[in-house]
Design a binder for this molecule. Structure first.
Ligand SMILES: C[C@](O)(CO)[C@H](O)COP(=O)(O)OP(=O)(O)OC[C@H]1O[C@@H](n2ccc(N)nc2=O)[C@H](O)[C@@H]1O
Ligand SMILES: Nc1ncnc2c1ncn2[C@@H]1O[C@H](COP(=O)(O)OP(=O)(O)OP(=O)(O)O)[C@@H](O)[C@H]1O
Length: 284
């Protein structure tokens, strides 16, 4: 039997950091949603008690460093599963981009193996397991649109934002999430974005308000490390995107666009500047 799961990318419509916690993580407030850019996973049972990962992408680890491997190992250990699994990852989400590609693969693995092995685990339990793998994994288990607090694992479902185009652009640079949080200083934040205002904008189904309330306090840290990310954001604004923000710890910058007629112009304008550009819809 084969199980298929889609693992979509996430974007942070707002990301605020409140303080550093004694456990080293940061207390956050984020509004997250998913976009129609996804990895595809194929899972099949193996008679031998082993986990094998393959992928068409040559640039990700296929051993125990892969988050899908870690998810499979975790669920096997916790639920005493003796059989093995073969997981093929068809990667489409750019790696180390701030789009939670690895986290979404891990979440899709948890969902898929729950089905493959008939474990009957609830979404809430899968989210608790997912939190052991990474702060973005619990959100990726259920997806949709949510307010994420705590270190990102405490989730409150929200309405979906009004539908629009999302243009994603990623420069060929690597950003370490740990380094960005490590360099973040709360007393240097110029303006904290408001989760409340973003939720209101979504509830009003006002695209203009959503664009107005976009904000990410990690931008300044990443912009200092890589000024070209700020340039990319400025370029996307100049080309006419209605709202522009860096996702997560970056380096991907996304632009929200309401009118389809504008999408091609922005997409083509960015392609001159940046090789990895995608024009997708919100996953609502
Ligand atoms: C930037 C975001 O992607 C926004 O959605 C997340 O906050 C990060 O999620 P993630 O990549 O799943 O992060 P994790 O794998 O849990 O943590 C990576 C590293 O980021 C830092 N980290 C992460 C989340 C958080 N709330 N505070 C932190 O300080 C920690 O140093 C941690 O060692
Ligand atoms: N299944 C996977 N897909 C992509 N990268 C993976 C995977 N498993 C492990 N990795 C490793 O994880 C690191 C981060 O990749 P990922 O694409 O998850 O980052 P990200 O989009 O910045 O995540 P986040 O937004 O959650 O911080 C990379 O160094 C990559 O080698």
């Amino acid at each position: 039997m084969k199980i298929y799961e889609k693992a979509p990318a996430k974007i942070n419509l707002m990301l605020d950091v409140l303080h550093k916690r004694p456990d080293g993580y940061h207390e956050v407030e984020m509004v997250m949603t998913m976009v129609d850019l996804a990895d595809r996973l194929e899972m099949s049972a193996l008679p031998r008690d082993t986990i094998i990962i393959s992928s068409q992408a040559g640039y990700i680890p296929l051993d125990e460093k892969n988050l899908a491997f870690q998810a499979a190992r975790l669920i096997k250990e916790r639920y005493n599963v003796r059989s093995g699994v073969y997981i093929h990852l068809d990667k489409h989400i750019p790696v180390a981009a701030g789009l939670a590609g690895g986290s979404s693969d891990a979440a899709a693995t948890l969902r898929g193996l729950n089905r493959l092995w008939n474990l009957g685990i609830s979404d809430e339990e899968l989210q608790i397991l997912g939190a052991e793998l990474g702060s973005d994994v619990p959100f990726c288990v259920t997806g949709g649109t949510a307010l994420a607090t705590g270190r990102g694992e405490v989730l409150t479902p929200l309405n979906n934002p009004p539908q629009c185009w999302v243009i994603l652009a990623k420069l060929p640079i690597n950003v370490s999430t740990a380094e960005v949080y490590g360099k973040f200083r709360v007393d240097q934040v110029k303006k904290h974005p408001s989760a409340k205002a973003m939720i209101q904008a979504i509830d009003h189904q006002s695209f203009t308000e959503v664009c107005h309330e976009l904000g990410n306090v990690l931008e300044d840290v990443t912009f200092q490390l890589h000024p070209e990310v700020q340039q990319l954001k400025d370029t996307m604004k100049r080309l006419g995107a209605d709202g522009v923000l860096m996702s997560g710890s970056g380096p991907t910058v996304f632009g929200l666009v309401s009118k389809e007629a504008k999408v091609a112009r922005i997409y083509n304008g960015l392609r001159g500047f940046c090789k990895e550009v995608y024009a997708v819809r919100l996953l609502t």
